[in-house]
Design a protein around this ligand. Sequence first.
Ligand SMILES: Cc1ncc(COP(=O)(O)O)c(C=O)c1O
Length: 370
Amino acid sequence: MKPTQKPANPNFSSGPCSKRPGYDISSLDIQSLGRSHRSSLGKNLLGRVCSETAEILGLPKGYRVGVVPASDTGAVEMALWSLLGPRKVQMFAWESFGEGWVSDVLKQLKLEGVETFTADYGQLPDMSKADPSADIVFTWNGTTSGVKVPTGDWIADDREGLTICDATSSVFAMEMPWEKLDVITFSWQKVLGGEGAHGMLILSPRAVERLESYTPSWPMPKIFRMTKGGKLIEGIFKGETINTPSMLCVADYLDALDWVKSVGGQQGTIARSEANLAVIEAFVAARDWISFLAADKAIRSNTSVCLTLSLDDEQVKKVVKLLDQEGVAYDIGAYRDAPAGLRIWCGATIDSNDLELLMPWIEWAYNEVR
Ligand SMILES: Cc1ncc(COP(=O)(O)O)c(C=O)c1O
């Protein structure tokens, strides 16, 4: 039977992700538009982006939060290019984005002696191989495979190396052990449903120490430079961005942060995301034709939820198309490099009610195609 009720919001894309419930562009505070980002107004707003992010995430004292160019990719590249070199590097990757960082370190930075640990889609590499003396690069949540690291227990508290964590689809949706992370990066368009534009770069005091004591042998483009005369450019972490940001995106991000506060802060957004995953888990548990790519519940993402169907690749594409045509779910095909299937965003901006309504449509589309 074709369901009759449709999700109120069919935006289940994994990036840019759905806007928050009740989002209204006309309610953004746009007094900074057309003004200099270096005006006291502009700097104040950008400063709030940094300080409110730190406060809501509950970052440890001494951690710095900066707005940097080029979204999460920009933030990760800045960290890799600025920090890597003086120590052995270990890279852990289990899907497309993590593999991209491996490729950059091996083929662009051309670092030698790098240890790489990988796993197939749906699995996690052996994180216990982490060496406390090495710099470690990894992705907290693999957005294209729906596999996350369950904890940071594998990271030594007394490590000598730095941990560089791409956290774009986990920040605000998963508990993260900040003290174990020296570099954390994310972008605005994921869990917060903000606008894609700028990257967020969070540095521990140890990461800053490295920046101030090590100069890479390779040239550093202006948009990657975080030090001047061997000292951290502190302004970057107070709202004095390296280059011009979009103040409209800034207004949108501050609106998203206000929403996070209104739902109970980070604990509220984590709970919303976990409740969303629970809807899909209940649906999958009662059916034998649909499964999680991450079979192990402990490593299963509660944001980018990846599913496989007992259909061939062409049939899966038809399911995705049917759901799109019916206006019940947009952009939920698996990532291009991942096994064919569905990827349904379950971050905090998604309403669990909408997921409840989507599930029968998936069953209907599966039966239509089969
Ligand atoms: C884990 C991960 N890393 C990096 C990126 C790239 O992020 P951006 O487009 O914000 O640079 C994404 C985007 O989906 C991602 O999911």
